[in-house]
Design a protein around this ligand. Structure first.
Ligand SMILES: [Zn+2]
Length: 363
């Protein structure tokens, strides 16, 4: 991990917005501290439990008072993070690492934290930054390359507002060892690459799915509402979660590998909606999360400095002979591309990936 800090170039309205949020953070922190102390004193309840109770009081009562209506116009992430800070303050105090949390005063400096509730966001290179829930702001010094982070702290030092955030040491542009690759997204294999690598993300998922359908059958035969049926349903729930994890893990490994290995990656700009309308393909493609694959590949390419080239969706990648350029129709069930006239006989998906690699945008 390393920290990035930049001075923000704000106009008056934006500076006022930042000051309001810093004030919001201070008020929430102090209210939380006061409520916590009044209601719970030195109780032995866990800090998380106590803070979540405090939060209920603030959310359901305090924020609804007309004099606090202004809070609803500001980022709720500031509110959430102020209470996280309070909880951490108490945890440090309990573990002897710090004194009892004190009321925040303006003299201690103005600062607040916001985060993205959907995980990391990509910050493209350049002299602006899009801060989750706050908007886009100019920077005095540009970000040299794309970075990804989730939590952002904004603070005032002297007359300047700064933004700081942490970045994984991982997420720096890399020197990709290979030049370019064409990728065919398929049904038989998840992807086939023009360098003859094949990723079959399907197998671990298939196993889990077979297990899932056998559990569902079992549950349907068990006595309704029985202890055993409940047990089976618990297993089914865990397996569902497991399938989501397997899929996510596979996709992340694959997209990271691609973005770090190839300077240029060509994929078909598939019309996912159109494919999903085709029922034969729908299961395979939606299952494998092709949409998610493309989303991850897009942001990882930006992050690691690779370029992602989207091949025209009408390009007939599976019909062309990658050797001589001849075009012929091929049924989906035929797995080998044969072209006796030029002596070509090649796996259908590999042929398509080579065509994708060779594709150039028309000028
Ligand atoms: Zn040919």
């Amino acid at each position: 991990m390393f920290a990035v800090k930049r001075a923000l170039k704000l106009n008056n309205n934006q500076a006022t917005l930042m000051a309001k949020h810093a004030g919001f953070r201070r008020v929430v922190f102090n209210m939380g501290l006061s409520l916590r102390t009044q209601l719970y004193g030195q109780s032995n309840l866990s800090d998380s439990k106590v803070i979540s109770e405090v939060k209920k009081v603030l959310t359901n009562h305090v924020k609804k008072q007309p004099e606090f209506a202004w809070m609803n116009q500001l980022s709720s992430r500031v509110y959430q993070n102020a209470l996280i800070d309070l909880k951490e303050g108490f945890s440090r105090y309990r573990s002897g690492k710090a004194g009892h949390p004190k009321f925040a005063s303006r003299r201690d400096g103005q600062s607040f934290t916001v985060d993205s509730s959907n995980g990391k966001v990509l910050l493209p290179a350049g002299n602006t930054i899009k801060i989750p829930t706050l908007g886009t702001f100019r920077l005095h010094e540009a970000l040299p390359h794309g970075l990804a982070s989730q939590t952002f702290t904004i603070s005032k030092e002297g007359n300047y507002w700064f933004i700081s955030f942490c970045v994984d040491a991982e997420s720096l542009p890399v020197q990709q060892p290979e030049n370019s690759v064409g990728i065919d997204a398929g049904v038989k294999s998840f992807i086939t690459m023009s360098n003859e690598q094949v990723f079959d993300a399907l197998r671990p998922l298939k196993q889990a799915k077979t297990k899932l359908s056998s559990l569902l059958r079992k549950a349907s035969k068990q006595v309704k509402g029985s202890k055993n049926q409940r047990k089976t349903y618990n297993k089914i729930g865990r397996l569902h979660a497991g399938i989501a994890c397997i899929r996510k893990d596979l996709l992340h490994k694959l997209t990271t590998y691609l973005a770090k290995t190839f300077k240029s990656i060509k994929i078909e700009d598939l019309n996912v909606k159109g494919l999903l309308a085709n029922h034969k393909l729908a299961g395979a493609i939606s299952d494998l999360g092709f949409y998610e694959f493309r989303r991850q590949l897009e942001y990882k390419c930006k992050m690691y400095g690779a370029s992602l080239v989207l091949v025209d969706r009408w390009f007939p990648s599976s019909k062309i002979c990658s050797n001589c350029g001849h075009k012929q129709d091929l049924l989906l069930s035929i797995r080998t591309y044969d072209r006796p006239a030029c002596g070509m006989s090649i796996d259908r998906d590999l042929n398509a990936s080579l065509n994708i690699l060779n594709w150039e945008p028309s000028a």
